[in-house]
Design a binder for this molecule. Sequence first.
Ligand SMILES: CC(=O)SCCNC(=O)CCNC(=O)[C@H](O)C(C)(C)COP(=O)(O)OP(=O)(O)OC[C@H]1O[C@@H](n2cnc3c(N)ncnc32)[C@H](O)[C@@H]1OP(=O)(O)O
Ligand SMILES: O=C([O-])CC(=O)C(=O)O
Length: 391
Amino acid sequence: MNHTNRTELNGAISPSGADVAPKPGPGQPRAGGLDGIVVADTALSEVDGERGHLLLAGHDLETLSAGGDVTFEDLCALLWQGALPRPEGRETLRAALAAGRVEAFARLDHLGDALRAVDAMDALRAAVAHLAGDAAPAAIAGAAATFAAAWARLRAGEAPVAPDPSLRQAEDFLRMVRGAPASDAEARALDTYLVTVSDHGMNASTFTARVVTSTGSDRVSAVVAAIGALKGPLHGGAPGPVLDMLDAVGSAEHADAWIAAELSAGRRIMGMGHRIYRVRDPRAAVLERAIERLSREAHGGAAVRLDLSRAVEKAAERALEVKHPDRPLRANVEFYTAVLLEAVGLPRELFSPTFAVGRIAGWCAHVDEQRRTGRLIRPNSRYVGARPATS
Ligand SMILES: CC(=O)SCCNC(=O)CCNC(=O)[C@H](O)C(C)(C)COP(=O)(O)OP(=O)(O)OC[C@H]1O[C@@H](n2cnc3c(N)ncnc32)[C@H](O)[C@@H]1OP(=O)(O)O
Ligand SMILES: O=C([O-])CC(=O)C(=O)O
């Protein structure tokens, strides 16, 4: 490792190269998390953590999502082909994702016990692993929606619902999970969610997909590994626990006491904090607006949840500011993910797989970009174990 790289690694190794890990000062990154290290050039997304902006392939997320009519298919075109589609391109992608769902449904009886896993992310990981290694992005994305929905049906003791290839991914996913058509307002809210989580710089699961790709491995291996990374509670596993938290708090007047008890027990508040954002995650506001829109158009119940979540968010912000005055810990995307996905009628066990259904768009785009522009990703480690005794 050269001198520059030594200092880049979070200051974990001193500029002199000595094996000393200096204790980080207040607000300084700690060792081991690769904070601040650029591992790839990408044209897919930019996360501005200081100002709270997310750019998706040249489009500001807030602008992209403002009308609530950009679909997951549009976003796939943007990330996979570089531009939002014209109407006929939209139709091509809709058909490709629908074909992926239909092919996956035909495979359901050939997945061994994959869909009998107790955990939905275990099931999704095992089921996606059955796809052919270099399956096309739309085939993987469509299959993920079918597998996740089939898992939920089997878990509820019901038969999986066959896809309807005339529908777009968001409306068919809701239909396959719930066994009844979704309203237009619900499908549009889910589209906004899938678009919002589709890509996010070098997050842990995307990095995982790029590392796997960098070895020359195939697309499905990269996506399977990424699903494993997304599963963890510090990444895509947070929204289910956010809903558990809202249930446990119950009403706004209990929020401060509940948050204080969690923090004094040494637990983290799910849906709060972020590696990159030092302000509120801009996606939280986008999802909040989508929930408001949905509650105006269809679900009055979502408004009640929204009020409670805002109260809990404020209580968490206040308590975390006292506990970590040097480290802004604000709401991240997972906080309002929980409220939105509940409002469109998805069970909480399916929140992380639904995140994966959206993020697969980004993973597949990164796999292709890594193939085009990257090289083997292989950082260094520093040995701190025993050495043979010298005579
Ligand atoms: C899609 C996504 O992946 S968004 C993230 C979803 N995950 C969550 O919401 C889980 C809760 N949040 C967290 O655990 C963190 O904020 C993370 C993992 C998201 C980012 O963490 P990092 O940048 O690695 O910060 P790190 O883990 O170093 O934490 C810094 C300090 O803040 C504290 N902290 C960070 N987040 C939280 C939180 N949500 N609640 C309580 N304390 C927190 C840590 O305990 C640590 O305190 P210490 O210095 O006293 O040990
Ligand atoms: O960027 C991150 O580290 C986590 C995140 O918010 C995401 O993957 O959407």
